[in-house]
Design a protein around this ligand. Structure first.
Ligand SMILES: Cc1cc2nc3c(=O)[nH]c(=O)nc-3n(C[C@H](O)[C@H](O)[C@H](O)COP(=O)(O)OP(=O)(O)OC[C@H]3O[C@@H](n4cnc5c(N)ncnc54)[C@H](O)[C@@H]3O)c2cc1C
Ligand code: SF4
Length: 494
């Protein structure tokens, strides 16, 4: 008997469990248990537990009935390179059945243990299926798959997923980026000739396009291929797929597949055009590299690659407490230059975490530090805002002359940088809370970019007052940010 079902921290919202057992799981942000008739949905529940790519579903049973392995050996029969980094794989299997749009999970093993990755099915028959997979240079799955030879075997799940073609006569629009085209091919093949079809397919460059002949082989179809980073010779469409949403007929069913960012932007664009949400279905290629790895590895290995760093939460609390302690320290001890130093070290750490996490995505240690950024930001802003507050409260006219006199804002004046940092710190401090995040909507993120202003102004001010150590820190942060920016720009899917 099943006693309880729990979703442990680490869910990547891939919706696999919801697709398999919607009566028990609903994914809103992360997966939630919404139904409690566990015995009735026993088989689906156990399958969801096995299929979760990050193994965070725990089904507590008081029986020892062996559920059997739903993964089966499949054999590579053929492969072909479709683009410099997309490879098509054909597998044979004893028996197979899939609805157009579904995907399989492949269970693989490398030096760091066992892991799973999901791949949409391009085409299938009773005893074979075809996948097309982007080989991400530092990807675990890509690395294992790119080394397979014909005749090699991997373990594959049955076809699953709720992203399937609806059987209606409505016009259909398929919007995909990169290998998001895979399930669209399966859906297009199953769409009757009489149904008008539009495909909006986005990639970065011309050499990334694939399956164009397959697309042209369907009748009653309009194809838009668009490049987000075209080279000089390209005469076709440019920009991202979101630029072509005006081509979507108001009554069309829309199928989206690709990165979560792309899916979200297209959804937003369709919403803004008044397109009914009930006509939109999507599959997001969520990042599964966040999966906790097997337990065979050492603590250091797990901390480095899985981000299982002990004490992150206590550190968060310590940072919030330190922020609260700043005004008290100021009150007891008055202004000390040490407070500015604290503020600077906190903001420098904050500025280092994001680019390190982007530049070294396999090093989960850096990612696990991401939640500390809020505490560091608050601590840093708290220092400057406290300093400004205590300095001006006793003397309002001083405050007015400081902030409203032109001479104070002369660029060559060190006060310019101190007050610029104060203002930025103050705005950051009052907006660093959930209520502001909700109220300000998309503006919140833009306002948070003031942390760069703060970092730069506070840094220059400290240089003025002789803290030379600040200069190499600023250069290091600038180099890392530039490198991360370039990496994201040239490696993210269109
Ligand atoms: C339901 C579903 C269906 C999917 N179907 C397909 C499919 O048909 N074809 C396919 O290629 N992928 C598909 N994916 C994505 C796939 O499962 C893997 O996430 C992807 O192939 C990367 O896996 P990896 O192990 O090679 O890299 P990982 O080890 O998971 O990641 C390594 C690094 O590469 C980054 N990264 C991951 N994906 C990309 C990307 N596409 N471009 C650039 N950087 C990336 C990660 O953020 C990480 O930093 C699907 C995902 C889901 C959830
Ligand atoms: S990661 Fe696991 S728990 Fe989260 S949605 Fe996917 S299958 Fe469900």
């Amino acid at each position: 008997m099943i006693k309880s079902v729990e979703v442990k921290p680490g869910c990547i919202a891939c919706k696999t469990c919801q697709g398999i057992c919607p009566q028990v799981f609903r994914v809103e942000g992360t997966s939630q248990v919404i139904g409690y008739d566990f015995e009735k949905y026993r088989q689906a529940l156990l399958r969801a537990e096995k299929m979760c790519p990050v193994n965070v579903i725990k089904v507590d049973r008081d029986d020892t009935e062996e559920t059997g392995d739903i993964f089966a050996h499949v054999t590579l029969t053929q492969y072909a390179d479709l683009t410099p980094d997309v490879r098509e794989f054909c597998f044979s299997t004893a028996w197979f059945s899939a609805l157009p749009g579904q995907y399989v999970s492949l269970r693989m093993r490398d030096g760091a243990g066992e892991f799973k990755r999901s791949y949409s099915i391009v085409e299938s028959s009773e005893n074979s299926f075809k996948l097309c997979i982007k080989i991400v240079p530092d990807g675990r799955g890509g690395r294992v798959l790119s080394r397979l030879s014909v005749g090699d075997q991997v373990m594959a799940s049955p076809a699953v997923g709720g992203f399937v073609l609806r059987d209606t006569p409505l016009p259909k629009v398929f919007i995909a980026t990169g290998t998001g085209l895979a399930p669209m091919i399966a859906m297009l093949s199953a769409t009757p000739n009489t149904v008008p079809k539009t495909v909006i397919f986005g990639v970065r460059r011309e050499e990334d396009l694939f399956y164009l002949d397959t697309l042209r082989s369907y009748s009653n179809i309009r194809i838009v291929t668009t490049l987000s980073s075209p080279r000089g010779t390209w005469l076709g469409q440019k920009w991202r797929v979101t630029e072509y949403l005006d081509l979507v007929p108001p009554d069309a069913e829309v199928y989206l597949c690709g990165s979560p960012d792309m899916v979200e932007s297209v959804r937003e664009g369709l919403r803004a055009r008044g397109h009914s949400e009930s006509l939109v279905s999507a599959e997001e290629y969520v990042d599964q590299s966040l999966a906790p790895a097997s337990d065979e590895r050492s603590w250091f290995h797990r901390a480095w690659f899985d981000g299982e760093v002990p004490g992150i939460r206590p550190m968060q609390y310590a940072l919030f407490s330190a922020s609260a302690a700043v005004p008290i320290l100021w009150y007891l001890g008055g202004f000390t230059p040490m407070l500015w130093d604290w503020s600077w070290y906190a903001v420098t750490l904050l500025m280092l975490i994001r680019p390190l996490a982007d530049l070294f995505p396999r090093v989960m240690f850096f990612r696990s530090l991401l939640p500390l950024r809020q505490g560091l930001g608050i601590l840093s802003a708290s220092v400057v805002a406290t300093n400004a507050w205590f300095a001006y409260i006793p003397n309002a006219s001083d405050f007015l002359s400081t902030y409203f006199s032109v001479s104070h804002w002369a660029f060559s004046n060190r006060a310019f940088f101190a007050h610029g940092a104060e203002l930025a710190g103050f705005v950051l401090l009052i907006t660093s809370n959930e209520m502001s995040r909700k109220l300000l909507g998309p503006w919140w993120k833009r306002i948070q970019r003031l942390s760069y202003v703060y970092f730069f102004f506070a840094g220059v001010y400290l240089l003025y007052i002789g803290k030379t150590i600040v200069f190499p820190s600023m250069v290091l942060v600038a180099i890392l940010w530039l490198a991360a920016h370039l990496k994201n720009r040239f490696t993210s899917p269109s």
